[in-house]
Design a protein around this ligand. Structure first.
Ligand SMILES: [Zn+2]
Length: 387
């Protein structure tokens, strides 16, 4: 395979067969032909190509319905590797992953506040350099580098246009990292990358309209419709953290008043606890609120239940705007899920417009946990490879 281009993958039949094998786990040539409607000789010749390209392997023998047992085909998961980087405002984390999300190595560096554009790019390339150390002899197996960056991204040029948390503006991530490492680089907003990661690595791709809502230091979301991330005309689709839910609330980092995220982030939980609990510690953190709730402190449980209700209200707004099949909740705040989820679900139940929405909208907490962003960054490349 030629590095730096995925053009070889773009035959419709080849894409269909590769995804059939990936999603089936293992499947025979005959069943591929049956299920895709592609003729058996074409299936055989495309499968040969995929095996030559190190993407597919033959596996154990399948069940026979009489006659010779068919050979099954599987994705060759470690045929290629991808680098996924989560460029956060406090740390830059990176992993090397294979085609199915197994992580082989990881590294991270701290990011200091008021970091300059040059220092940020230097830290980012340091993470990639460290990850590539063990792969210098196998560079042809590295498909590329995916970067999940907070803030507004120009996906075409791979530029971070504006990140409120770091104060960085117009950072040419793709251009710089591609030049240093001579590998394809894709850059995406972190919430969108998370959405792709969850969709890609947890077999959630049965859903036509799928979303991840990330609630941590800020609030964002990503939306996948018909296998594609939705960006909107100006790349702002999914910025639910900045949907106003109060006319006279607190001022948000974006400058508006009463944004959803001023009610539900970790900092918002701490502010609410300090406001409502007379003897709350001056140095209280969101982690501490969760710890105290787990110890059965009623007033801290109530703070989290109240937060769950507010998250539920934000989700109801989202359901009524987008109407997704499935919503996955991720981010640090969701670590308190045992206190949040019941009141989130109760609020949704009470407020959505129809019984069908109530019964059929699936709400879950992320299965990928803390790795959702790095794996999402890796999935940026895989999505390009497989579709
Ligand atoms: Zn805002």
């Amino acid at each position: 395979m030629q590095r730096g281009t995925f053009k070889w993958m773009k035959s419709v039949n080849k894409t269909m067969i590769l995804n059939k094998i990936r999603l089936s786990g293992s499947i025979s040539r005959a069943d591929i032909a049956k299920e895709t409607g592609i003729t058996p000789p074409t299936v055989s010749s495309i499968v040969k190509e995929l095996m030559d390209e190190n993407l597919v392997k033959e596996s154990h023998l399948g069940q026979s319905t009489g006659g010779r047992k068919p050979t099954l085909l599987q994705l060759k998961e470690d045929g290629y590797y991808v680098i996924g980087v989560d460029a956060g405002s406090k740390t830059i984390k990176g992993v090397v992953s294979d085609l199915v999300g197994n992580i082989y190595s990881r590294t991270e560096v701290e990011v200091y506040s008021n970091i300059t554009k040059e220092e940020f790019l230097k830290s980012l390339s340091m993470v990639v350099e460290q990850l590539l150390t063990g792969y210098k002899q196998h560079m042809d197996k590295i498909l590329g580098i995916g970067v999940a960056m907070h803030g507004v991204i120009d996906v075409e040029t791979g530029t971070s246009l504006h990140s409120v948390n770091s104060g960085l503006i117009n950072v040419p991530i793709k251009q710089t990292i591609e030049k240093i490492f001579d590998l394809p680089v894709m850059v995406e907003n972190n919430s969108r990358a998370m959405t792709l990661g969850e969709y890609w690595f947890t077999n959630d791709n049965a859903y036509n309209c799928f979303t991840v809502i990330n609630i941590g230091r800020g609030v964002g979301s990503g939306l996948i419709v018909d296998n594609k991330l939705v960006h909107g005309a100006q790349g702002v689709t999914g910025e639910i953290g900045h949907v106003s839910i109060s006319l006279d609330g607190e001022r948000c980092s974006c400058g508006n008043i009463g944004c959803f995220e001023t009610f539900v982030t970790g900092d918002a939980i701490v502010r609410r606890a300090k406001r409502c609990i007379a003897n709350a510690s001056e140095n209280l953190t969101a982690e501490e609120v969760y710890r105290l709730a787990k110890r059965g402190k009623r007033e801290y449980i109530q703070i989290l239940e109240e937060t769950g209700k507010l998250i539920g209200i934000g989700i109801v707004n989202f359901i009524h705007t987008v109407n997704p099949d499935k919503i996955v909740l991720s981010g640090g705040v969701m670590k308190s899920k045992e206190f949040l989820l019941p009141s989130i679900q109760k609020t949704i139940h009470e407020r959505v417009l129809t019984d069908k929405l109530r019964l059929e909208t699936i709400i879950e907490v992320s299965k990928l946990g803390d790795d959702i962003t790095v794996l999402g960054a890796a999935a940026l490349l895989l999505n390009e490879l497989f579709y």
